[in-house]
Design a protein around this ligand. Structure first.
Ligand code: ASP
Ligand code: MG
Length: 408
């Protein structure tokens, strides 16, 4: 008998029929002999609807009251799902975050889970009940209701799985797994049977937005096997787990697991700055001080005592970063500042890279053969990223997908 945590997202509980469908599915797992704890989101669109209501009352509602308001969305779905389960002769009980309790810090709207007391849940499960827990919410040390940030129900599910020492955490969503790349760009993209936590973190942060990133970090930290599957379509989904879990069994694990890409990129360059100690700090310090996240960074080795500096930021931050850079340039005596928000980043991700060479050169050759110019290159142990012109995105992803035979 396995203990499984199942999480159903907003689309999966988006209307009465879908909630009934979820109930049938949960009841089936119980009949098959599993013990099931469920975490649910609010019905799709509900959190946005409540947010819009708040804006009618106050331009900038306090985060405390927003948390009180938004958590009602999940409270609706736990009750409805429990009713639907009981209707199917499947004993069930609902709990809000504070009833469990899921204790968090006091940071409203993006609280972090500090502790989950699993006793009550385990007691109910031992009594043969399905426990339905409200995702996305908790209770702060001061007794106030908190929320975990948008998409936070994934984190609730993983944290529950960790606290209850569950055998698996299954995230049911509207896609049937993690793909080698976005099927809208490459129709031949394949669903992956397994990826490692590290690969998933790279894929998630780069746009394969299947899971809240924090939930993957959490799963990795507590070694919770995580499975992404569709609530509409049968299938085994994608299992996300530790690297050593499939080291021995998976001789055939491909070198590259997937290709992620991000359109949300902009490039800034400061040219002809004096090449001396402290330059990187003087250029990037003010940008970070403005809370702008910097991604890739390149500094050229100067020949004439000056150097060029290039970095990328999210597109929404480009104007602000440009303004800061222009003022830095004038007091450093730099020659020129240039910005470009028509770039994209493409990344090949795979733990197999650790032990194999030649991946970068195949990648660069493929781009060269397609006449695609590489503007920046960055690497980690399991990832190679390039920055290219936005209009080349589709061609680049398609040709890399083919070159690395990810469709096979
Ligand atoms: N209902 C919340 C949201 O829409 C939490 C979640 O769905 O995970 O962000
Ligand atoms: Mg959601």
């Amino acid at each position: 008998m396995a203990l499984i945590v199942q999480k159903f997202g907003g689309t999966s509980v988006g209307n009465v029929e879908r909630i009934q469908h979820v109930a049938t599915q949960v009841a089936k797992a119980v009949k098959a002999g599993d013990q099931v704890v469920v975490a649910v989101s609010a019905m799709s669109g509900e959190t946005n609807r409540l947010t819009a209501l708040a804006k009618e009352m106050q331009k900038r509602p306090s985060k405390r009251e927003m948390d009180v308001l938004l958590t009602t969305g999940e409270q609706v779905t736990i009750a409805l799902l429990s009713m639907a389960l009981q209707e199917r002769d499947c004993p069930a009980i609902s709990y809000t975050g504070w009833q469990v309790p899921i204790t968090t810090d006091n940071v409203h709207s993006k609280a972090r889970i500090e502790h989950i007391d699993g006793e009550k849940i385990l007691q109910q499960v031992a009594d043969g009940k399905v426990v339905v827990v409200a995702g996305f919410q908790g209770i702060g040390m001061d007794g106030d209701i908190t929320t975990l940030g948008r998409g936070g129900s994934d984190t609730t599910a993983v944290a529950l799985a960790a606290a209850l020492n569950a055998d698996e955490c299954q995230i049911y969503t509207d896609v049937d797994g993690v793909y080698t790349t976005d099927p809208r760009v490459v129709p031949e993209a394949k669903r992956l049977d397994t990826v490692t936590y590290d690969e998933m973190l790279e894929l998630a942060s780069l746009g394969a937005k299947v899971l809240q990133i924090r939930s993957v970090e959490f799963a990795s930290k507590y070694n919770v096997p995580l499975r992404v599957l569709s609530s509409m379509k049968e299938g085994g989904g994608t299992l996300i787990t530790a690297e050593d879990k499939f080291k021995d069994s998976d001789m055939e694990k491909p070198l590259i697991s997937g290709i992620a890409f991000s359109r949300d990129e902009a490039k800034l360059m400061i040219l002809g700055v004096p090449d001396k100690p402290g330059m990187a700090y003087q250029i990037l310090g003010p940008v970070s001080d403005a809370n702008i996240e910097i991604d890739m960074i390149i500094q050229n080795q100067g020949v004439d005592g000056t150097t060029d500096f290039t970095f990328t930021v999210g597109r929404a931050d480009m104007e602000a970063a440009l303004e800061i850079l222009q003022s830095t340039a004038s007091h450093l005596g730099a020659r020129e500042v240039v910005s470009d928000d028509t770039i994209v980043k493409i990344s090949m991700v795979g733990v197999g890279m650790k032990s194999h060479s030649g991946i970068a050169s195949t990648m660069f050759k493929t781009l060269a053969d397609n006449n695609i110019n590489i503007q920046m290159i960055g690497t980690t142990e399991i990832k190679i990223s390039v920055v290219i012109d936005e209009p080349c995105l589709e061609l680049a992803v398609q040709s890399l997908h083919e070159a690395f035979e990810l469709d096979k």
